[in-house]
Each structure stands twice: as C-alpha cells, then as structure tokens.
Design a protein around this ligand. Structure first.
Ligand code: COA
Ligand code: AMP
Ligand code: ZN
Length: 431
C-alpha cells in the first residue's frame, strides 16, 4: 500500500520538522544561483532567517516570467552536471526551460513510482504511457516512474489512435496514462474497431494535464472498466508527481516531503484557509540543479488538511478550479493567447483582427482561428487563399504544437480590437 511508508505516514510534527530542515537547505542551495543570490540578498533572506515554515513568506515569489527571462541564472550546479531538460510554453513564445541533474531525475522517478504504487500499480503491470514524449514532462516523467516501479513500460506517446489500441491489445496493458478528453475521444476508435475496452485487462488509469470533472472521470471508469486517478504536476516542479489521488479518490495528496505548498489568496497573496480556493505556490525541498522558491503556478485550488483514511497525512488538493492568467490547455498542451497573437501579427497578410474559438466535438478539442486578411491580399483566387491558409496553419502549429482550423475572412468583419477586445471564446463546456 505504501511505496515509502516511513515518509508517507510521517506523524504530525515530524513532517513539518523535515520540511523546515529541507527548506533551510534549499535556501542555502538557491543562494548558489545568480538569480536567487540577487533576490534573497535584496530581501535579507538567509538560511538562518528561516526559523519556522511560516518564514517562507519572507522569500519573494518567483514567476514564469522570471524563469523565461533568467533561465540559466537559476542553476546551482555547473552545466556539465545536467543530464536532461524539459520545456513548457512561455507567455511570449519563449519556452520555460527546466534542467535536471541525475539525482533530480532519480528523485522525480521515485515520486512518480510512489504515486503509481499508491493507486495499486505493482511490479509486473504493463503500463502504456500515452502522453507526448519529447519536451513534455508527462512522457518521460511517467516513463521513468513506471520503470522504477517495475512495470513493463510502453512508450506509446501521444496520437496515432489505432496503434494505441493495437498496443494495448498486443501487450495486455493493465495501466494507462492518458489525457482525460482523449480517453473519451478514443472510445470512438474502439467502437469503429469493434473492440470493447472493458474486455481488455485494463484496471487503472492516470488522468491529468488538463482540468476535468468528476463526471468525466466516472465516464472514463465506466467505459474502460477501470479506476481512474487524478494526477497533478507542472514542469517547473519536475512535472507529474506533485500531487496524486490515493484509492480514497477524495483529493490529491501533495508530496509534502518534496514540495512545500502554499495556497494564497489571489488578491492579497496571503495564506488562504483550508477549503478556500487560492493560487498554488510551491517551493522545491529536494531539487539540486534548479531549486525554485515560492513558484507561482497560477493554478487555483483549495486544500484539505484532515487526515485521510488511507493513513497519509499529507494535504489533499481539490481539482484544479481555474487559472489566474489566460493560459488555456488544448489536448494537454498549454497555450497562451499572446502566442497566437504574435504568430498572426508577424504575417504581413494578416489584418489586425482575429478571433479564436475553442469547441469540443466527440471530446476532441478544436481550435478555430478566424483571421482577417488585409484588403490587398484578399483575392478571389481560391488557390492563393488556400496557400495562405495553409501557411498560417503551419506557422501556428509550429508555435503552439496543436493544429488549428484556420478560417480566412474579409477585413473588418470581426469585432474590432477596441480596448480589451475579446479574442478568445471557449465553448468547450457546451460541447
Ligand atoms: N493525447 C493523445 N493523442 C491525441 C490527443 C491527446 N490529447 N488529442 C488528439 N490526439 C490524437 C488524434 O486522435 C490523432 O490521432 P488519430 O488521427 O490516429 O486519431 C493524432 O493525435 C493527431 O491529432 P490532431 O488533432 O491532428 O493533433 P494536433 O496536431 O492538433 O496535436 C498532438 C497533436 C495530439 C500530438 C499534441 O496535441 C500532443 O502532443 N498532445 C499531448 C500533450 C501532452 O502529452 N501533454 C502532457 C503534458 S505533461
Ligand atoms: P506543464 O508545465 O506543461 O506540465 O503544465 C502544467 C499545467 O497543467 C498545470 O499548471 C495545470 O494548469 C495543468 N494541469 C496539470 N495537471 C492537471 C490536473 N490534474 N488537473 C488540471 N490541470 C492540470
Ligand atoms: Zn489518502
């Protein structure tokens, strides 16, 4: 039932003592990086000035923009000690890069293995990982966790639906990691192939990377005949394996021996009470190469600190309720509207107005981008217009990593960009 019983069931007081010790060590470590040396010195923070966990509030907050602008300045080790990097979308088309040492990769794999073990995965399970490999953390992050636990791990990656089903059948997958909307969309392929997923040996699924409801979880569980567990993480805190549901399915336990969590009132940035929704802020407690202090996730959730019947005391997070910024998640890929704007405005044929509409058909997310074409480029020649549409589609896909449906419209036919124009309409909850 426990991967690491001593840590997972640490009694009251001992967990906090461990966190405080690790927080002071992390502050000492962070001072080795040019970024935090500047920040912490300016704020007068030293390891000795952290006398209680509440003292974490003396440390200035770190933002995605800090990471984007100062990336390598966060390193506390020479570059030669790094063995991996991952990246996540940045607000202005420049990705946020996270670097890992060998110890960081091992510690991360251990947290993912712990998460999987908690839900009932055991050595000998066949684990099919259907997340994007490459720069996304969901691919390699879960892959290493599955291997560490002792699963036969299938690096299926995202996409190619018929092959996903074939792989599950050929190798007898018992555990899958899948984006929740894709799990429901994949049912169309099962149906077309005349295969009932309930006839396969599948028994557990991890679903995460995008917001989803209890209803979606229950639909996945019923259609596949398995138990589905919510999995939360973000690249800046390694990736998956930050918070994970236990068999009670009553919130996601935060691995507090590795992450110090704060939930802050988004207005005042002061601590929110249990049960009150606020912004999640995390501090790494065990990372070596690139520890982050008080990282603002922009994710909104609440927490429960009551003991859980599973025997773990670590706090439980609610589902993610939203964001404090305008980031959207499509097919498990994070997108900032500014990225779309920058791609479009770099194209001479595009007029100033555009409109992005998100919809969902059979659980497949569709991003339609309506673009006004400048008068001089708007022609009756369909071939030319089609070539332009293709070029815009390619440019957007290359920046966003998902393929939009681009529609070209005549100038001045979309709502004008006066003041704060509404350029994004999300209709996915209607679909
Ligand atoms: N996960 C996995 N596969 C998906 C998917 C999802 N969320 N959404 C769609 N797909 C499948 C489609 O069914 C299609 O396969 P098929 O034609 O065999 O049915 C294939 O991927 C391409 O679909 P398309 O709609 O043309 O994709 P796209 O170009 O807009 O996006 C993806 C390509 C799906 C590969 C990209 O969105 C992706 O990598 N998503 C996963 C991101 C991820 O792993 N996030 C985790 C972060 S930790
Ligand atoms: P990335 O850094 O690319 O891994 O993306 C991390 C973001 O994905 C988080 O900050 C959340 O906004 C979102 N996310 C990850 N897991 C979940 C989940 N289980 N539920 C809702 N949103 C999630
Ligand atoms: Zn529990």
């Amino acid at each position: 039932m426990y991967w690491d019983k001593a840590v997972e069931t640490l009694p009251a007081g001992e967990l906090e003592a461990l966190q405080l010790r690790r927080l002071r060590e992390t502050v000492a470590r962070a001072l080795l990086s040019p970024f935090y040396r500047e920040r912490l010195e300016a704020a007068g923070v030293t390891p000795e000035s952290i006398r209680s966990l509440e003292d974490v509030q003396k440390i200035p907050l770190t933002t995605k923009d800090d990471l984007r602008r100062r990336g390598p300045d966060f390193l506390t080790v020479p570059k030669t000690e790094l063995v991996r990097l991952h990246a996540s979308s940045g607000t202005t088309g420049q990705a946020t890069v996270i670097y890992y040492t060998r110890e960081d990769i091992e510690a991360w794999a251990d947290l993912v293995a712990r998460s999987m073990y908690m839900t009932g995965v055991r050595p000998g399970d066949v684990f099919q990982n259907m997340m994007g490999y490459g720069l996304f953390t969901g691919g390699l992050g879960f892959h290493y966790g599955g291997e560490r636990l002792g699963c036969l791990t299938i690096p299926a990656g995202a996409g190619n639906s018929a092959r996903q089903i074939q792989l599950m059948r050929d190798h007898g997958a018992t555990v899958i990691h899948i984006i929740p909307s894709y799990a429901l969309y994949l049912l169309n392929h099962f149906e077309a192939l005349g295969v009932d997923p309930r006839d396969l040996p599948l028994r557990l699924a991890f679903i995460g990377a995008e917001p989803h409801s209890e209803d979606m979880r229950r639909r996945i569980e019923a259609a596949y005949g398995l138990k589905a567990f919510n999995s939360y993480g973000l690249s800046e805190m390694n990736g998956p394996g930050v918070a994970f549901e236990c068999p009670e399915q009553n919130g996601m336990h935060v691995w507090e021996d590795a992450f110090l969590m704060e939930v802050l009132d988004p207005g005042t940035l002061t601590p929110a009470a249990p049960g009150t929704v606020g912004e999640l802020v995390f501090t790494n407690l065990t990372r070596r190469g690139m520890p982050l202090l008080r990282y603002r996730t922009r994710d909104l959730a609440s927490y429960d600190d009551a003991p859980c019947p599973c025997g773990r005391r670590m706090k439980r997070l609610s589902r993610i309720q939203g964001r404090t910024d305008d980031m959207i998640i499509i097919k498990g890929v994070n997108i900032f509207p500014l990225q779309i704007e920058q791609v479009l405005m770099s194209l001479p044929e595009v007029h100033t107005n555009y409109l992005v509409e998100l919809s969902r058909k059979n659980f497949n997310d569709i991003m339609t981008v309506k673009v006004e074409v400048r008068e001089e480029f708007f022609t009756e020649d369909l071939r030319q217009l089609n070539a332009l549409r293709k070029r815009i589609t390619e440019a957007l896909k290359s920046e966003l990593l998902v393929t939009p449906v681009v529609e070209l419209v005549e100038p001045h036919t979309l709502p004008a960009g006066e003041g704060k124009a509404v350029r994004l309409v999300d209709r996915r909850s209607e679909g």
